[in-house]
Design a protein around this ligand. Structure first.
Ligand SMILES: Cc1cc2nc3c(=O)[nH]c(=O)nc-3n(C[C@H](O)[C@H](O)[C@H](O)COP(=O)(O)O)c2cc1C
Length: 345
């Protein structure tokens, strides 16, 4: 099974990815937070840094892009391939109002006819290279019943891998993933499928793997050769984890048979991250705000840490933040066993 670190805007920037890979690893592919492509072939300076190969050395990184015009997508795709990337991921999941209002991210899902024309144009323009395009999708904009038609559309194209996050747009990241719709989409897919959503613990992962993973010895396990032979089946090639790895940075490593993080290791990682942000972010306030984004997800990893985490999130200066984070570290042990699973099947 391939293990992917999900794109998380504001968290999994190249600075974070570098350190996560150095201290914990276990991740087969890191996806960049989405890169918006503007008309006239322009991306932000911040995003140029995300895709600079020098910032992504030593790990497999897949740039993710947000686009709804074939011209924009073809331009960024070609640029990324010429920089040495062998996969580009299209975001069809972002639920943010500013994104969906422009018909991008999950906003594109409410216009399936337009989406189909877009794919026709993209796959036509990219011809053979199009097999390096992967897609990350939700199961609908307004309703999960939309996924059936969306699955028919996806099945028409040689998509490298389809990541399915089984929620609709208005759920954002709340509620339980709709496994029934996921299973139907998996059956309908003509390309390798990656599952994404609410995998927070090793237990959660094992449930997904037991139910949908290829078992040992299966020659369909590896997607590195491209499309699976034959028609759709009910096995997944990969699992993508987001918040679960932020909360427990050793989760991917554990899935690969490695150890659970210990406190000394976490302390080193945290300090390295703070130092890296201090060195790279111009505005000092950004340093503790960035760290707060990570801590927001971390109560799962520390015993009895809720109150301490609240203090971290309330901090208004770097000094206040540091004091609150140190207090948590001094008072809370790292949880060792698998946590209660919020995933239900
Ligand atoms: C703070 C935050 C930022 C996110 N940014 C992106 C993004 O840039 N691109 C994307 O495709 N998904 C983004 N997502 C969605 C995640 O990639 C993932 O699909 C979602 O969190 C569900 O997976 P999880 O339950 O393992 O976290 C974001 C989610 C969160 C919580």
């Amino acid at each position: 099974m391939n293990i992917y670190y999900a794109p998380l805007e504001g968290i999994t920037t190249y600075l974070y990815r570098q350190l996560h890979n150095k201290y914990f690893g276990g991740v087969d592919k890191y996806f960049t937070p989405f890169i918006s492509v503007f008309p006239d072939h322009y991306i932000k300076k911040r995003d140029e840094r995300e895709i600079d190969p020098a910032n992504n050395e030593g790990m497999k990184v897949v740039p993710q892009v947000l686009a709804n015009s074939s011209k924009e997508l073809v331009w960024i795709f070609k640029k990324l391939i010429s920089m040495g990337y062998d996969e580009v991921n299209l975001n069809l999941g972002c639920p943010s109002g500013t994104v969906t209002a422009k018909g991008r991210g999950s906003g594109f899902l409410k216009e399936p006819d337009k989406l189909e024309i877009f794919f026709d144009e993209v796959f036509d323009a990219l011809s053979d290279d199009a097999k390096m395009l992967s897609v990350k999708t939700r199961i609908g904009y307004l309703d999960a019943s939309e996924m059936e038609h969306l699955s028919e559309i996806y099945a028409k194209y040689p998509i490298k891998e389809l990541t399915i996050h089984p929620r609709i747009r208005k759920q954002f990241y709340k509620g339980v993933p709709d496994m029934e719709v996921f299973e139907k989409a998996l059956m309908m897919s003509s390309c390798p499928v990656c599952y994404n959503g609410n995998v927070f613990t090793l237990d959660d992962y094992n449930k997904i793997n037991d139910r949908y993973g290829y078992q040992e010895g299966s020659d369909l396990h590896d997607v590195s050769n491209g499309l699976k032979e034959g028609s759709a089946d009910n096995k997944i090639s990969s699992v993508m984890l987001g918040r679960g790895i932020v909360a427990d940075p050793s989760l991917a490593r554990q899935i690969k048979g490695g150890s659970h993080m210990d406190k000394a290791e976490f302390k080193e990682f945290r300090r390295a991250l703070e130092a890296m942000y201090k060195e790279n972010l111009k505005d000092g306030n950004n340093v503790f705000n960035k760290m707060k984004e990570m801590w927001f997800y971390m109560s799962q990893s520390f015993e009895g840490s809720e109150g301490y985490i609240k203090n971290i999130l309330k901090s208004k200066s770097y000094a206040e933040y540091l004091a609150a984070a140190n207090t948590l570290e001094g008072n809370c042990d790292i949880k060792s066993g698998p946590n209660a699973s919020p995933v239900s099947f």
